[in-house]
Design a protein around this ligand. Sequence first.
Ligand code: B1M
Length: 210
Amino acid sequence: QIVQAVVKYEKDRIGEMVESALEAGMDPERIINESLIKAMDMVGKDFSANRIFVPEMLMAATTMKEGLNKVKPLLQASGGKAKGTVMLATVQGDLHDIGKNIVGMMLEGGGFEIIDLGINISSDDILAKVKEQKPDILGLSALLTTTMPQMKKVIDLFDNENLRDQTKVIIGGAPVSQKFADQIDADGYAKDAATAVDLCKELIEQSISS
Ligand code: B1M
């Protein structure tokens, strides 16, 4: 039902469906992975096949966000000292933020403090924010093949400013891969939100032990 609500853009009904699933004892991460993300994959396929167009894709995204809002409070960590700070941004030219937002929610659930810069953020703005707020990790998201080069731009700026020891850079998003991360010399790549949490924990542990 949740999948159908997203693909049919039932923004007004999805909230109560997610609530019912939660009340019935369904795991929040299962709702995200097996319903909400699955639905967006179906939307992407329909878009590729010209069965739907940008306005419909946007309506599906709005519906999904409504569903995510219901799950979010359950993913947030309760108290305790933060494991570290992760700054997140979708790179310049890219407006996709659903994946980044899920990564942020899961990281919060994993005990990290999140600074979310938002979407379409230029490498210069990212650099300025990193210098100002000194996060342990910077997480960059890109969903378009055309915006992936922006990630390299940020890493080059980091190299020039000698920021690689202060802040590790991880990347993610559907068109991004471990191979691309190696090519641009990122500190890590995560294929999904759960992997991003493990990766951030590993990077923090490494920086404590070195
Ligand atoms: Co766009 N779009 N879109 N879109 N859109 C895609 C990405 C596309 C694959 C659709 C398709 O053709 N099948 C295609 C890209 C093709 C390409 O580059 N190869 C595409 C296109 C072409 C476009 C436009 C150019 C369309 C147009 O205008 N003609 C345009 C570009 C706008 C821009 O950015 N400048 C556009 C616009 C939009 C909307 C605004 C309408 C909307 C976005 C709304 C929003 O995000 N607020 C939208 C949507 C919804 C999609 C699809 C359907 C769904 C994306 C999504 O939210 N997926 C998408 C097709 C698809 O992906 N199947 C598509 C669910 C999300 C949970 O997954 O983001 O992959 P994802 O995140 C995952 C992982 O990738 C990973 O973890 C997440 C959770 O598991 N992850 C990270 C993500 N970031 C991470 C960061 C990390 C670690 C892991 O560390 C930091």
